[in-house]
Design a binder for this molecule. Structure first.
Ligand code: SF4
Length: 213
């Protein structure tokens, strides 16, 4: 059953409730904001099916509780967090205007991590687009990306990374990130690639090295 066929669709159609996998305050481990404190809101539901996905628990939104967005934002306020990363799963499957409005009303910065396969909703201070070959982003996401982060699993992914980079704006930060389970094999080709193509930077999953969520 696809996510749009779900019987409980009506309960989150307006974005008043979201299937919440987890929410936690930690350190951003990837991309442009690496090393900065951030509160993560991980929303369930993803039909892209990356075989190397390290968040497979998120795929089926039905197994995660539908949590009122007001509650999600109240929980954020129990921490000193100023930056909120909305991730998944694939958060663009949902209507995120209400969530962003409440977060902005609290003066919080809103960051989106997306593959860009759904609709664009919400108000974002930063968008990290992580495109997937088997399910490319909708065109409007390329123009909105502040950061392009391509996961490298095999040689062909460098070509995919260049294709995606040709579609984003000039000022967009470009990152190549080794797929975690193949880090040892990939880190050398990636560093060599970045040396030869210095418009790119290396992104590591620093939170995994730090052994934090
Ligand atoms: S898009 Fe993200 S959550 Fe979805 S399958 Fe790929 S890695 Fe996993």
């Amino acid at each position: 059953m696809s996510i749009v066929d779900r019987p409980q669709e009506q309960t989150y159609k307006g974005g008043w409730k979201l299937p919440l996998v987890e929410a936690f305050y930690s350190i951003q481990g990837e991309g442009y904001h690496t090393g900065k404190a951030a509160y993560f809101i991980r929303i369930g539901g993803c039909d892209i099916g990356c075989h190397w996905c390290d968040s497979k628990v998120t795929w089926d939104a039905r197994v995660h509780p539908l949590v009122p967005v007001e509650q999600i934002v109240t929980d954020v306020e129990q921490t000193p967090a100023r930056s909120i990363v909305v991730t998944g799963g694939e958060p663009s499957l949902y209507q995120l205007d209400f969530l962003c409005r409440l977060l902005k009303e609290k003066g919080l910065r809103t960051y989106l991590e997306t593959s860009g396969t759904g609709e664009f909703t919400g108000q974002w201070d930063w968008i990290c687009l992580s495109p997937k070959k088997q399910s490319p982003p909708k065109p409007h996401f390329y123009a909105r990306a502040d950061e392009l982060k391509v996961i490298i699993f095999g040689q062909d992914d460098f070509r995919w990374a260049e294709q995606a980079a040709s579609r984003v704006d000039k000022g967009t930060s470009l990152y190549l990130q080794p797929e975690w389970s193949r880090y040892q094999q990939l880190i050398h080709p990636i560093t060599e690639y970045v040396k030869a193509h210095p418009q790119w930077q290396v992104s590591l999953q620093a939170h995994k090295f730090m052994r934090i969520p």
